[in-house]
Ligand binder design. Structure first.
Ligand code: SF4
Length: 174
């Protein structure tokens, strides 16, 4: 901080910087889609002209290394679980996860308590920031989930006084 060191209370300097950085972050979300079952059909609609998710500043990415949001939509089989975890770990920080639909939220009809084949919620594998309920949720519900995440990002404190490069996600991961 140089000459600003101890010149102002911490919140005076950093709160405005936080707002500027968060404004950019919340309006430039790159998302990676995990289309695992029928919820994926509804998820795909948001990229079209009718629902147009890009007007909220969100664009799709094909590589996890370029994404800061993973949208998990559909039934998670045990076979896919390790892939989801691996892709999540390849995403840069700060990273977020949106769970879309009952299957992804809690296993849905396939794994409410126990299943030989399906995981009872993506939060058993990776931290989740927003859950969107429904079977399936409509595209409007997914957009509402995105706006909910944007509001969370807007309220985050991203700069830490002695570690300016440290940015934390909504789920608490550094
Ligand atoms: S929540 Fe319903 S619509 Fe979505 S993947 Fe599961 S069964 Fe299909």
């Amino acid at each position: 901080m140089g000459i600003l060191e101890n010149a102002f209370p911490e919140y005076v300097v950093f709160s405005q910087l936080d707002k500027a950085i968060n404004w950019a972050r919340e309006n430039s979300i790159s998302y990676l889609t995990m289309d695992l079952a029928c919820c994926g059909v509804e998820m795909a609609q948001v990229a079209g002209g009718r629902f147009d998710i890009e007007r909220f500043g969100a664009v799709a990415q094909v590589s996890p290394r370029h994404a800061d949001l993973m949208i998990v939509a559909g039934t998670i089989t045990y076979k896919m679980a390790s892939r989801i975890r691996q892709l999540y770990e390849q995403m840069p920080h700060p990273r977020y996860v949106l769970s879309m639909g009952s299957c992804s939220n809690c296993g849905g009809m396939f794994s409410w308590e126990y299943s030989y084949s399906a995981v009872s919620g993506v939060d058993k594998l990776i931290p989740v920031d927003v859950f969107v309920p429904g079977c399936p949720p409509r595209p409007e519900a997914l957009l509402h989930g995105l706006i909910t995440l944007q509001r969370r990002i807007a309220g985050q404190r991203v700069l830490v006084r002695d570690e300016l490069s440290v940015v934390r996600g909504a789920n608490g991961n550094p």
